[in-house]
Design a protein around this ligand. Structure first.
Ligand SMILES: [Zn+2]
Ligand SMILES: [Zn+2]
Length: 95
């Protein structure tokens, strides 16, 4: 896992916990991430030891994928596709 740095003070973030968030019930938490997925979202939560800022990252899903090809999930429609597609093959969402 690569090292995360605090956006506020540059301190190395410490991994805190992996959480499963039920979308639709916790809009206060992910309000700035539009409709990422229906259902639960796995997030890695990091904390800054210096200013105690919390950062949430969508879990990489390394233990869920089975092939060599890295995949990503379309934030618009939830389709899983190859990581290097410039846009979603299903809904044409541009990253
Ligand atoms: Zn900090
Ligand atoms: Zn899509």
């Amino acid at each position: 896992m690569k090292e995360m740095q605090c956006l506020r003070c540059g301190e190395a973030m410490q991994f805190l916990v992996k959480e499963s968030i039920q979308l639709g019930k916790t809009g206060w938490l992910l309000g700035d991430i539009p409709n990422l997925l229906a259902g639960a979202l796995e997030v890695d939560i990091f904390v800054c030891p210096s200013c105690h800022k919390l950062e949430f990252y969508a879990a990489s899903g390394e233990d869920a994928t089975d092939g060599d090809v890295p995949t990503k999930v379309c934030p618009a429609c939830g389709t899983v596709h190859d990581f290097d597609y410039p846009r979603c093959p299903k809904c044409k969402f541009e990253y």
